[in-house]
Design a protein around this ligand. Structure first.
Ligand code: SF4
Length: 333
């Protein structure tokens, strides 16, 4: 059995996967396939930009693959310096070219938008025999195989992956970074948790669709960094979470979760231990409401980050508007 993973890129409020970044989804999908018996050399990975200049041999890989998995989803699209996300037309063309089973998924299931400021639209893709993974694509791909055989996609329920599953798949799928065009300078987007812990959610944001926050064990994140580092990765961004200050935060009944500074110290010191020669350790996403509600704990965490990170790091606060009327109307933080 052979598989091709096509990276059409993702850009979400709390996850980035446009080169030089590789999103966790790609590594999870590769790991899910590995756990179902695919060998590393059975799995080919292309970014959409590299496929645009594909050789005839690359096209043959696509034609011959038993399964082609296309990841896409620009829910908060931006302007990119040297990459262009996959278009609906390209998805249709690739699905026509591939003869095996085709699975499309990722944040694209929530809608499709070409650029920032434009609302996401329903998928209008004309590719009849392509299956849209309506929940987590990595879980759908995993469930598609049983005892080395492909199951009927109609029998597969669309579900979310578990934290335990991505703990395993992230390590098994780490090898795929070597196929990224920017390897070894690829930037690995790391997930600590997904799902926004706020009780109400900002009107524009898709993070609510991931449900309650599902925090990964610190040891799993460190183990994933270790696997990636052993395979040559030197650039990491802890970017896949809505608020890094709230990683393993406690619900003490207040509007805002109470941060856990010790957890961040364990995470950052652990990463430095397993990846002593890393070149980049950056972060993304902090919620200013956490800083206002818990200034002491937030400061402690920020000091921890400064102790271990590399230069050029930015704590993006994500303040959409300072206009009280706009904040109220859109439930902004
Ligand atoms: S605080 Fe708002 S923008 Fe940030 S993840 Fe939650 S809902 Fe989305």
């Amino acid at each position: 059995m052979r598989a091709v993973i096509i990276d059409g890129y993702v850009d979400e409020p709390a996850c980035f996967g446009v080169p030089p970044y590789i999103s966790p989804y790609i590594r999870y999908i590769a790991g899910a396939l590995r756990e179902k018996g695919f060998l590393e050399h059975d799995i080919d990975y292309f970014t959409i930009d590299s496929l645009r200049t594909a050789t005839p041999e690359d096209a043959q890989l696509l034609k011959k693959a038993d399964i082609v998995v296309i990841l896409s989803g620009m829910t908060v699209p931006g302007k990119y310096l040297r990459s262009s996300p996959i278009t609906p037309g390209e998805i249709e063309n690739l699905c026509t070219l591939a003869s095996g089973i085709k699975v499309l998924g990722g944040p694209i299931r929530l809608g499709f938008s070409k650029e920032g400021g434009k609302g996401a639209k329903e998928l209008g893709i004309d590719a009849e025999d392509t299956i849209l993974a309506k929940s987590d694509i990595e879980a759908f791909v995993y469930d598609l195989f049983e005892n080395g055989k492909l199951c009927d996609p109609e029998d597969i329920s669309h579900r979310m992956r578990t934290v335990d599953e991505i703990g395993r798949w992230s390590k098994l799928g780490a090898f795929i970074i070597a196929q990224h065009p920017d390897y070894p300078h690829v930037m690995c987007e790391m997930e600590t948790y997904r799902g926004c812990g706020r009780k109400v959610h900002c009107s524009f944001c898709t993070e609510r669709f991931y449900g309650h926050s599902d925090h990964r064990p610190v040891a799993d994140v460190i183990a994933e960094v270790s696997s990636l580092y052993d395979l040559g990765a030197r650039n990491f961004r802890i970017g896949r979470q809505p608020d890094l200050l709230s990683y393993h935060a406690k619900d003490i009944g207040a509007d805002v979760l109470q941060p856990s500074p010790d957890v961040l110290e364990t995470l950052y010191s652990g990463i430095r231990k397993v990846a002593p020669e890393l070149k980049v350790l950056h972060m993304d996403n902090t919620n200013p409401a956490t800083m206002v509600a818990y200034p002491e704990q937030s400061l402690e965490i920020l000091k921890t980050i400064v102790k271990y990170h590399t230069s050029g790091d930015i704590a993006a606060l994500g303040i959409e508007s300072a206009d009280p009327a706009v904040v109220r109307a859109n439930d902004l933080k």
